[in-house]
Write a protein that binds this ligand. Structure first.
Ligand code: IMP
Length: 197
């Protein structure tokens, strides 16, 4: 089945292809006239509200195009650091581009609680119905940048379910088996496959 992923983040697309590809889904980027659509992000701290709004906007974008009737996937994610009151949360993308990994490590310099979690909220729109799921990956922020794989905060995020390496030190396949995105997409697929669907 074809799923159009409404995102401009190529890393997310690569990861969704790994997770959903294993389950028989064919993930493609949603492009309108060759470009990813520009979304208006509602001003809120609620990740679910942002994702739902992007589905509504995507449906409006594809209305009357060759994509009308396709399944649409939207995913919003972020890094939530416990001792910083869940910062950067929904501002993760901005924080990544501005202060980056070095900045996060600096902020946590004198803080002993380095607990953090990644959250990914996915919504799939298919045949007039919405399916949503939340995937959480708990872990902690490392004291130094380690590894070159993944993207964003991966070189400073150590998942609890691993062996002490950061996501930046893991293969995409390994990250997918533990990550918030992998979990969220697998929950979504399980829901879709339920007979009562
Ligand atoms: P979004 O595109 O608005 O959902 O922002 C997601 C942002 O959260 C990314 O730009 C990263 O800064 C961060 N993020 C989310 N998931 C990951 C991940 O798997 N690895 C690293 N950073 C992530």
């Amino acid at each position: 089945m074809r799923v159009l992923f409404a995102t401009s983040n190529q890393n997310k697309i690569a990861e969704a292809k790994t997770s959903l590809g294993l389950l028989g889904y064919n993930v493609e980027q949603l492009l309108i006239d060759g470009n990813p659509p520009d979304f208006i992000e509602p001003q809120t701290d609620e990740i679910e509200i942002i994702s739902k709004s992007k589905i509504q906007q995507s449906l409006a974008f594809i209305s009357g195009t060759e994509f009308e009737g396709s399944s649409i996937l939207v995913e919003d994610s972020g890094l939530f650091i416990e001792d910083l009151g869940d910062f950067p949360g929904v501002y993760s993308s901005y924080v990544e581009k501005t202060i980056g990994n070095k900045g996060i490590i600096k902020i946590l310099d004198n803080i002993s609680n380095r607990r953090a979690e990644y959250r990914a909220y996915s919504i799939l729109y298919e045949n007039g119905k919405y399916w949503s799921s939340l995937g959480i990956c708990s872990g902690k922020i490392s004291t130094e940048i380690r590894g070159f794989n993944g993207f964003g905060f991966d070189p400073i995020f150590i998942p609890d379910s691993g062996d002490g390496r950061t996501f930046g030190e893991m293969s995409q396949f390994e990250k997918d088996s533990k990550s918030h995105r992998g979990k969220s997409l697998r929950i979504l697929c399980d829901e879709l496959r339920r007979p009562s669907k």
